[in-house]
Design a protein around this ligand. Structure first.
Ligand code: ZN
Length: 261
């Protein structure tokens, strides 16, 4: 049996404690609903972490034992500490997978990794959303028909201020007429990133079977491949070069000197 996939589900867990509507839909928090969907697969081990934990629950030790991190945030993006963002970014560059959900489009970690505004058009009117599968062969789309619908969702529309995705797995249409690139992939360093649009806190989106299926597919897709490489900017002195060389002219650095960061 292969090694279980280690997933950490991160949730801001603010709306669940402040809005009775949200608490009614997600009595144990949105993060626990997302985690429960992943726990149906015996090949996945899941832990959860929230903003109010020490270090937001994302210590060096937790991240070292995380193959894929999922991220839901909305009201408190600004409360996420920069050093935790640094830490998550470093792990993604090493190879940890990252799944950004819904309003996580404005999270510090998503904007940091993508380098753009990540802004979008939005409207909260409980519209129907139809998610079209753009590539039926993509691992994240397995088990999904040509499209699936979510009866009530917040609308996100174009323009979406992201770098052109490597692949668009889902494209959404909303009742009001807007469309949106709702399932997008990128790679940063060795880490795979998937953005998945649905998941507004006032609708039971994370209880819907198709959404659970996509998330399970996504964590498997995002699992690290190959070995773990930590970029340390190593210096290779001239006397250790693969071919014999003699330094020409004056050199500022000496053999054995540590690299600069
Ligand atoms: Zn929302």
């Amino acid at each position: 049996m292969s090694t279980p996939l280690r997933v950490t589900v991160w949730g801001e867990n603010v709306h669940e404690k402040t809005h009775p509507l949200v608490a009614g839909i997600y009595p144990h928090g949105m993060h626990e609903a997302i985690a429960d969907g992943l726990r149906t697969d015996p090949a996945v081990t899941v832990r959860t972490a929230t903003l109010d934990h020490p270090e937001h629950g994302l210590t060096e030790a937790v991240l070292a034992e995380t193959d894929v991190l999922t991220w839901w945030g909305h009201a408190a993006h600004g409360a996420v500490k920069e050093r935790i963002v640094d830490r998550v970014q470093a792990r993604v560059l090493e190879g940890m997978g990252l799944i950004i959900l819904h309003s996580g489009h404005f999270s510090k970690i998503f904007r940091r990794l993508l380098g753009t505004t990540c802004s979008l058009t939005w409207r909260e009117a409980g519209e129907k959303e139809r998610l079209w599968v753009c590539n039926p062969a993509h691992p994240i789309a397995q088990g999904i028909d040509r499209y699936f619908e979510i009866p009530h969702e917040e609308m996100y529309g174009e323009p979406f201020g992201i770098p052109t995705p490597e692949e668009i797995v889902f494209l959404s249409w909303f009742q009001g007429g807007e469309v949106f690139r709702s399932g997008c992939t990128w790679k940063r360093g060795n880490g795979k990133i998937f953005y998945f649009r649905p998941g507004h806190e006032s609708y039971p989106t994370y209880h819907q079977p198709e959404v659970k299926r996509v998330l399970l597919n996504a964590v498997h897709w995002a699992r690290p491949e190959g070995g773990r490489w930590v970029d340390a900017c190593p210096n290779v002195p001239w006397d250790k070069a693969a071919e014999k060389i003699t330094p020409q002219g004056e050199t500022l650095h000496r053999p054995g000197e540590a690299g600069f960061r």
